[in-house]
Ligand binder design. Structure first.
Ligand SMILES: Cc1cc2nc3c(=O)[nH]c(=O)nc-3n(C[C@H](O)[C@H](O)[C@H](O)COP(=O)(O)OP(=O)(O)OC[C@H]3O[C@@H](n4cnc5c(N)ncnc54)[C@H](O)[C@@H]3O)c2cc1C
Length: 288
């Protein structure tokens, strides 16, 4: 156990449709996701990122702020992180943010982070289960001009100046060190996210944002517990770089691809046969 430093950590989370529990009306006729037909959850690897941040807090001392960009209903995802141990949450919400691609999203997130008091560590999930690009973490590190450690599965050492982390891959791992501040993208193999705590659930279940209050609220009996909302103006965004005007990505066509196996090969369970198969797959560049 090191001395308590109180690192400042910002965790970026995304509210996503639960694509593991698909119903028949999950897709619209044009091939886009019918978000209203699917339950909304916190993107699974973002809970791994939150857990990693909370483990830093437990071990070294930290203040964990969770941030999401989304519609007012994304406040529910923030409540879920308060139930698990987040110290602070922020909702970035503005009509000007709608239709943002990854370039615009990372710009908006970076503008909000610049408004915060320079976090020591920014954490993201590796990838969102709906957009699936895994671009936000790396783009955000680039815009903040800080080093990044992707595929993080453990923090091995931390000082106010440096971080040492383990990056996990299918075929092994890599240990790297970089100066702080740094951005980490976190994989599902990092940890088992803690469940919501009953005590925190009772404390924060009525935390709500101004937009929810305007719509009649969710029964907030404690006006002190509110979820701050930041607009494009609050974080000093250039509107040309937000939403549709800041998004060069254009989705021309969406196709549903069904992979059908055409061939199969049986291999006897001997060392020689397996090594021949590995060689063959490497020669075909199926594996590297
Ligand atoms: C042309 C176009 C229009 C789009 N319009 C919309 C729209 O109107 N509304 C909409 O919701 N999406 C929209 N999207 C999708 C949106 O751009 C992406 O979902 C978003 O940029 C994140 O990309 P991703 O889902 O691939 O995340 P990834 O890059 O896979 O996410 C990696 C990690 O980044 C973090 N992260 C990702 N998104 C957020 C977020 N919003 N807030 C905080 N952290 C985050 C999380 O930690 C996540 O695990 C649009 C996309 C395109 C191409």
């Amino acid at each position: 156990m090191g001395s308590q430093v109180n690192y400042k950590i910002t965790v970026c989370i995304k509210q996503v449709p639960d694509t593991e529990n698909l119903t028949s009306d999950a897709m619209k006729e044009d091939g886009t996701v019918n978000r209203s037909a699917l339950p909304a959850i916190v993107n699974p690897e973002d809970l791994n990122a939150l857990e990693l941040a909370l483990s830093v807090k437990d071990r070294w001392g930290a203040k964990v702020t969770v941030m999401t960009m989304g519609p007012p209903s994304a406040a529910e995802a923030l409540r879920q992180t308060l139930f698990r141990g987040a110290d602070d949450v922020v909702l970035l919400t503005d009509r000007k943010f709608a239709a943002s691609d990854t370039l615009a999203t990372s710009y908006i997130l970076s503008s909000a982070i610049k408004k915060m008091q320079s976090p020591d560590i920014v954490m993201c999930g590796r990838q969102a289960i709906d957009g699936d690009t895994a671009q936000i973490g790396p783009q955000l590190a680039d815009k903040l001009d800080i080093p990044q450690i992707t595929y993080t599965e453990a923090i091995l050492a931390l000082t106010p100046r440096t971080i040492k982390a383990q990056r996990g891959f299918t075929l092994g791992y890599e240990i790297v060190r970089c100066p702080l501040p740094a951005l980490l993208t976190v994989t599902e193999s990092a940890n088992e996210p803690r469940p919501p705590s009953a005590k925190r659930l009772l404390a924060f279940r009525h935390a709500q944002c101004a937009s929810e209050k305007q719509k009649g609220g969710i029964g907030n009996k404690n006006p002190d517990i509110s979820i701050p909302e930041w607009t494009a103006q609050d974080i000093g965004c250039d509107l040309e770089r937000c939403g549709g005007s800041g998004s060069p990505t254009k989705v021309r066509k969406i196709e549903s691809v069904q992979l059908v196996s055409e061939d199969h090969k049986e291999v006897p369970p001997t060392d020689e046969a397996l090594s021949d198969l590995m060689l063959e797959l490497m020669n075909e560049h199926t594996i590297e």
